[in-house]
Design a protein around this ligand. Structure first.
Ligand code: NAD
Length: 324
C-alpha cells in the first residue's frame, strides 16, 4: 500500500516507518523536525529508517513539512495517491502544554483538521491517528475502558487529543471517512523521547544526577513497549476499518508503581538513583491502566512485553547511541 506517515521522525513514527517498509509498503514520511526536543535525535532516527528501508521490500521517502500548512500538505496528498494515512504528528507532552499552549492548537487542532480534510478530498481508505491515555484524566475506575467517560481532561494536550477523537467522529459519520483512533499508554524503548520519564531517569541515573520523583512516588503508569505499540498500529493500518470510527486503547494492561519502575532502571543500569521527592505536578494523573479487550477482539493482538525486557532493550540502545 501507499501510506502517508506523519510524525515520521518521531519516536513512534520512526519505528512504525521501519515496520511498514519491512512489510513491503511504500511510505512517505512527513515531519516538521521541530525543536521541542533535540532535532539531532530526529535526524538520527530518519537515518536509521532509511538504512532499514534499503534492505526492505517497501520504500521510504521523507519530506520536511508542517501538517498545519494546508497547501504543502495538499501537494503531498495529490502526488502521493495514498491508500492509507497514519497521523502521528502532534505536539506531545502534558507539562509543555502549560508553557506553550499555542503549539498544541497549531499541530493537534489545525494540523489534524488539515489531515481530515485532505483524507476526504483524496478519498483515503482509512485514517489511523494517535490519541492518548491522557483523555481519561483522573478516571478512578481501572482498567480504563474505551466506553469510560473522557470529559475531564487535566491538560490542554489531553483536550486536543479528545478533540481529535470528536473531529474524526464527525468526519466518519458526516463525510464517510473511515477513521480509527489509538489511545497510546506511556510508550518507551529504543529511540525514545528525551522529555519522558524512562529516558530522563536512565540518563540521570547513568550520569549520577538526581531524579525528581513526583507525588513522592505515589503514581503508577501502564508502561508500553514500543514494539507492541507498533505491532498494534500496523495491524490496524493493514486491516480494514472495523466499524464506524472505533477508538482502541493500546497499552500493556499492567500498571507499574513509579518506585518499582525506578528500581527496574537501577537494576538494569547497575546504579542507585539519587531521588529528590517532589509534590504532584500540574496536569499529571495518578494512574493509567489500559483495558485492551477491544483491540484483542478485533485484531487478535495483545501487548505484553515485560518491563524488565523492555528496559533492558532501551538501556542497550541508550549506551550504544550515546557511546557510554
Ligand atoms: N509516546 C507516548 O507515550 C505517547 C502516548 C500517548 C500518545 N502519544 C501520541 O503519539 C504520537 C507520536 O508520539 P511520539 O511519542 O512519537 O512523539 P514525538 O514527539 O517523538 O513525535 C511526533 C513527531 O511529530 C512531529 N511534529 C509535531 N508537530 C508537527 C507538525 N505540525 N507538522 C509535522 N510534524 C510535526 C515532531 O517533530 C515529532 O517528530 C503523538 O501524536 C503523541 O501525542 C504518544
Amino acid at each position: 500500500m501507499k501510506i502517508l506517515l506523519t510524525g515520521a521522525a518521531g519516536f513512534i513514527g520512526s519505528h512504525t516507518a521501519v515496520e511498514l517498509t519491512r512489510k513491503g509498503h511504500d511510505v512517505v514520511g512527513v515531519d516538521n523536525m521541530n525543536s521541542y526536543y533535540d532535532p539531532s535525535l530526529k535526524k538520527a532516527r530518519l537515518a536509521y529508517v532509511r538504512k532499514c528501508a534499503r534492505s526492505s521490500k517497501g520504500t521510504f521517502s521523507f519530506t520536511q513539512k508542517d501538517i498545519a500548512d494546508l497547501e504543502a500538505m495538499d501537494r503531498i496528498f495529490k502526488a502521493g495517491k495514498f491508500d492509507k494515512v497514519c497521523n502521528l504528528a502532534a505536539q506531545a507532552g502534558v507539562r509543555y502544554s502549560f508553557e506553550n499552549p499555542s503549539s498544541y492548537i497549531h499541530s493537534n487542532i489545525i494540523g489534524f483538521f488539515n489531515i481530515l480534510e485532505l483524507c476526504c478530498k483524496y478519498n483515503v481508505k482509512h485514517l489511523v491517528y494517535a490519541s492518548s491515555s491522557s483523555v481519561y484524566g483522573n478516571n478512578a475506575k481501572v482498567p480504563f475502558e474505551e466506553e469510560d467517560r473522557t470529559d475531564d481532561p487535566q491538560s490542554l494536550y489531553a483536550a486536543t487529543k479528545k478533540s481529535n477523537e470528536l473531529m474524526a467522529h464527525v468526519y466518519t459519520h458526516q463525510r464517510n471517512l473511515p477513521a480509527t483512533g489509538l489511545r497510546f499508554f506511556t510508550v518507551y524503548g529504543p529511540w525514545g523521547r528525551p522529555d519522558m520519564a524512562p529516558f530522563k531517569f536512565m540518563k540521570k541515573v547513568l550520569g549520577d544526577e538526581p531524579i525528581d520523583v513526583y507525588n513522592r512516588g505515589n503514581l503508577s503508569r501502564d508502561f508500553s513497549y514500543i514494539d507492541d505499540i507498533v505491532k498494534g498500529i500496523v495491524a490496524v493500518i493493514e486491516g480494514p476499518a472495523k466499524s464506524k470510527h472505533p477508538v482502541y486503547n493500546i497499552g500493556n494492561s499492567s500498571p507499574v508503581q513509579l518506585m518499582d519502575f525506578i528500581r527496574t532502571i537501577e537494576k538494569t543500569a547497575g546504579k542507585k538513583a539519587k531521588k529528590v521527592m517532589k509534590g504532584m505536578q500540574r496536569g499529571d494523573v495518578y494512574t493509567t491502566f489500559a483495558s485492551t479487550l477491544h483491540l484483542e477482539e478485533d485484531y487478535a493482538f495483545r501487548p505484553g512485553t515485560p518491563l524488565e525486557k523492555g528496559i533492558a532493550e532501551f538501556y542497550n540502545w541508550y549506551k550504544d547511541f550515546y557511546k557510554i
